[in-house]
Design a binder for this molecule. Sequence first.
Ligand SMILES: *[C@@H]1O[C@H](CO)[C@@H](O)[C@H](O)[C@H]1NC(C)=O
Ligand SMILES: *[C@@H]1O[C@H](CO)[C@@H](O)[C@H](O)[C@H]1NC(C)=O
Length: 356
Amino acid sequence: MGKWRWLMLATCLCLIPFSDGRELKAKHVNPNSLYNHTLATILVRYASAVYLSDLTELFTWTCSRCYGLTKGFEIIELVVDVQHCLQGFVGKSKDPDAIIIAFRGTQESSIQNWVEDLFWKQLDINYPGMSDAMVHLGFYHAYHNTTLRPAILNALERAKRVYGDTKIIVTGHSMGGAMASFCGLDLVVNQNAKDVQVMTFGQPRVGNAAFASYYSKLVPNTIRVTKGHDMVPHLPPYYYYFPRKTYHHFPREVWLHNIGLGSLVYRIEQICDGTGEDPSCSRSVSGNSILDHLLYYGVEMGSGEPGNCRIVMGPQASDNSITDPNGNIFLSRDPASPLQELRSEFDNQGNRISAE
Ligand SMILES: *[C@@H]1O[C@H](CO)[C@@H](O)[C@H](O)[C@H]1NC(C)=O
Ligand SMILES: *[C@@H]1O[C@H](CO)[C@@H](O)[C@H](O)[C@H]1NC(C)=O
């Protein structure tokens, strides 16, 4: 034992003079500096709002979930992939000063069925360009092989002309979190984006350990918020004894949970280790709650209207919309010009003035 210590110490001493000081520092990023509670309480509202089906209210940011901390958000693109029942938006927020991209989670008629299905998801395709990195085809395709990706990339291009190289934050809840992580990675790997941050809520695992390792190097500014006994982050399952065959989360998890002592209940926001599979975080409890999946930071996730891909669109929004031959809907705005016609429908407090 003593010999080993000496050997290690000697090795370290030898290495120090030859290593770059900055690199050493970068490897010891203080995990506490990555997680910003205030930012999380703002982003969770975007991840919640993107579930709503009234496209007019979303596009004009006057929906029932579009107030308070997200007030003044300006949508640049709202896209509904009707074929696959997916929805996402891109917009500009003032605080944080960033372009925000949000993805909706699953809209299946039964969240219970969707969750049960997650047990059987295979690691079925190789992530392009990353040897040994396997991911789930369904999640991968939801972002990469639907109308969402081209619409989002196009909106980012338009935003860039107005805002330059602004920070980009990608968020989503549940399957929307899985899509957000593929999007964040895509922006770094294929779009050369420099400042990308990802924060997801209750997302499932999307790939294996090799994928998680690539991901965490490429998108280090990622927080994966989990809560209490939320089932979804436990799925597809992680099998400790089959490290090469199993799904593996990327870091950094922040686990929200309560510690109760009689009438005293403390809310804990535990910043987990850098492995992605910290055994003292959500993995320390059983994933047996759907209710925990549907409420993050006191904000309701999900659509609130079970099981539909319903779309509501008033005449104002339809003026800005394009429908492709497959019925997919794109609502676009030039970020340089404000939504004048739409704004006139609302007073300066953002309340709707009834026009009829
Ligand atoms: C945390 O995020 C909020 C909201 O964007 C921001 O105002 C605040 O400055 C951030 N705090 C730190 C320490 O970065
Ligand atoms: C990707 O999507 C297109 C159009 O929806 C489809 O024709 C194609 O088969 C998909 N590719 C794969 C590999 O599934």
